[in-house]
Design a protein. Structure first.
Length: 282
């Protein structure tokens, strides 16, 4: 069970590596690219398929033919924004120490096709759609919403108290929740799903196929539809399926092996035969 949890949160460690500090001016970098003001960002000919948000601001992602970036909100928050852009990812963050107020900026991004979302911090991302082999990673208390997912594979990782909400259809769903986060995907249909929850997190989605869940802690997974469900658990975690109770497949969180079959109790001894009555004297 533990190896599944470690595998699931691996993208979070990748985020920590990607959002390293760079340069003496306190700018943040993503994938080695130093953040710059929007006016200095070179967007000509670029068509990223991923968006990474680091910070407390809001991002709205719209479907469109070419890349376009607009900003609005509190002037100081807007002035603190920094951006990176390569062939795959648009990074959105704040210059370190530039603005410590509570006001937020809103960044509206229009692009042809979004496949990957990363939210690191307390920010929010609201996207029209995700396609392809899509990925969503939330590290912290941030929120991501996707109105329509249409993917062959949809991989979701939530580490912390963040939340994710989505609708649509996917062939395969891989979901990991480490902490108290939530994945509200009741309107998302998955042909097959593999779910790992460590902690008090919860998740919901729909399926008529095969659903396998690994739960360590008090987490809850709810599945709408006629799915065939199995669960490996340690703690009070549950997998609730419309079809009925999930079949438990393991009782050992470390190895995932089924508990040994209890020995068959011995049969009760047979009652002794009643003695024959004595013969009558002649």
């Amino acid at each position: 069970m533990l190896h599944k949890i470690i595998k699931g949160i691996a993208p979070v460690f990748a985020i920590a590596a990607a959002f390293g500090t760079a340069a003496c001016d306190g700018n943040i970098s993503i994938n080695g690219e130093k953040g710059v003001p929007l006016a200095e960002l070179e967007t000509e000919g670029k068509s990223p398929t991923g968006i990474a948000l680091a910070g407390p601001d809001s991002v709205v992602v719209k479907d469109g033919g070419t890349l376009r970036i607009d900003v609005a909100g509190d002037p100081e928050a807007v002035a603190a924004l920094r951006f990176t852009l390569d062939d795959k990812t648009l990074g959105i963050m704040r210059k370190k120490g530039a603005y410590d107020g509570d006001e937020k900026a809103t960044v509206t991004v229009t692009l042809p096709g979004l496949e990957k979302l990363v939210v690191a911090g307390s920010g929010t991302v609201d996207a029209n759609s995700l396609a392809g082999e899509s990925e969503v990673t939330i590290a912290g208390s941030g929120t991501a919403k996707v109105a329509r997912v249409d993917s062959s594979k949809h991989e979701v990782t939530i580490a912390g108290s963040g939340s994710y909400r989505a609708a649509g259809k996917v062939d395969n769903l891989e979901l990991t929740v480490a902490g108290s986060g939530s994945a509200d995907m009741a309107e998302l249909y998955a042909e097959t799903a593999e779910v790992t929850i460590a902690g008090a997190g919860d998740a919901s989605f729909a399926s008529n196929g095969t659903v396998k869940a690994t739960v360590m802690g008090s987490g809850t997974v709810a599945v709408k539809g006629d799915a065939k469900c199995t669960i490996k658990s340690m703690g009070s975690g549950t997998l609730k399926c419309d079809r009925g109770e999930a079949q438990a497949t393991a009782g050992n969180a470390g190895s995932g092996d089924s508990p040994p079959t209890p020995p068959t109790p011995p049969s009760a001894p047979e009652a002794p035969a009643a003695p024959e009555a004595p013969s009558k004297p002649e």
